[in-house]
Design a protein around this ligand. Structure first.
Ligand code: A3P
Length: 290
């Protein structure tokens, strides 16, 4: 039985999960048995839910005391992607505490985490805004299939026929298995509405006591506007051949409710219906609008 299959020139599956060709199979195969350290921190997100934002925030939370040369390094070097193998980025062989971001689903995540080794912060964002953000990202990323139009993309998104499969399964599976992990759940929208409280809660969960002044600095540097202007956080220096720099990229709008500019009433109702079916009993609050 094959665990990996090619879908088209831009994507393949590994153990039932769709990956873009930016990933290499060999790395994915190593993930379940990845050597987790007690001090590791993994920020887990479904795509387009605030990953780059969290790379910046995590770097800031651990700056000064813990991270080597942190002021001078881009956040994707200090808080690299777990499942991507990029030659210029040292993902594994770093001093503790190692900080990571990952989109891996519950099935593919390092097993040691399920024995409460390391810590996990799971970030979730309302799926309508995720769909809009994902749609734009597909136009921006050359290693992904360019969507025909929003309508076609939304259908693929709802069918789980996109990289990392469906939003609903990703969020639900992580939540249903929460007792296996040292985990906290954090909503993108709550961060957007009250970043200070979110940063405080996350620092506390990570065992970092930061004084008010430091929290204020972190909050200030993590606003959309300030991150967009910060070359260490905005990804602008990342290789241009992989992205179409003429369209909005990682730092697109960063707002709650942009879906209203894209969804028809029927599309919105369809997502509500699927949400009610698939997320029955899901207790975390999803914020749909500002
Ligand atoms: P939009 O496309 O809706 O603007 P990811 O990093 O997981 O790919 O998620 C990208 C989304 O996070 C983008 O959403 C991006 O604008 C948003 N984002 C990045 N930094 C942010 C910040 N500081 N505040 C709010 N949203 C942010």
């Amino acid at each position: 039985e094959q665990s990996s299959e090619l879908i088209d020139s831009k994507s393949f599956t590994y153990k039932g999960c769709i990956f873009s060709v930016a990933h290499v199979l060999e790395r994915l195969e190593q993930m379940e048995n990845y050597d987790v350290r007690d001090s590791d921190v993994y920020v887990v997100t479904y795509p387009k839910s605030g990953t780059v934002w969290m790379q910046h925030i995590m770097k800031e939370i651990f700056t000064d005391v813990d991270l080597d040369d942190s002021e001078n390094k881009a956040s994707y070097l200090q808080v690299p992607w777990l499942e991507l193998k990029i030659d210029s980025i040292n993902t594994d062989d770093r001093p503790s505490p190692r900080l990571f971001v990952t989109h891996l689903n519950y099935d593919l995540i390092p097993r040691a985490l399920k024995k409460k080794k390391g810590k996990v912060i799971y970030i979730y964002r309302n799926p309508k805004d995720v769909a809009v953000s994902y749609y734009h990202f597909r136009i921006f990323a050359k290693y992904m299939k360019t969507p025909k139009n929003f309508e076609t993309f939304l259908q693929e998104f709802l069918d789980g026929q996109v990289d990392y499969n469906g939003w609903f399964d990703h969020v639900k599976n992580w939540y249903d298995h929460r007792d296996e992990f040292n985990i906290m759940f954090q909503s993108y929208e709550e961060m957007s509405k009250d970043l200070r409280t979110a940063v405080q809660n996350m620092s506390k969960f990570l065992g970092k006591s930061l004084d008010d002044n430091r929290i204020d600095q972190i909050v200030k540097s993590s606003t959309f506007k300030n991150m967009k202007a910060n070359p260490k956080s905005n990804y602008e220096d990342i290789t241009s051949e992989s992205f179409d720099k003429t369209v909005p990229g990682f730092m697109r709008k960063g707002i709650i409710g942009d879906w209203k500019n894209y969804f028809t009433v029927a599309q919105s109702e369809l997502v509500d219906k699927i949400f009610q079916e698939k997320m029955k009993g899901f207790p975390l609050k999803i914020i749909w609008e500002q």
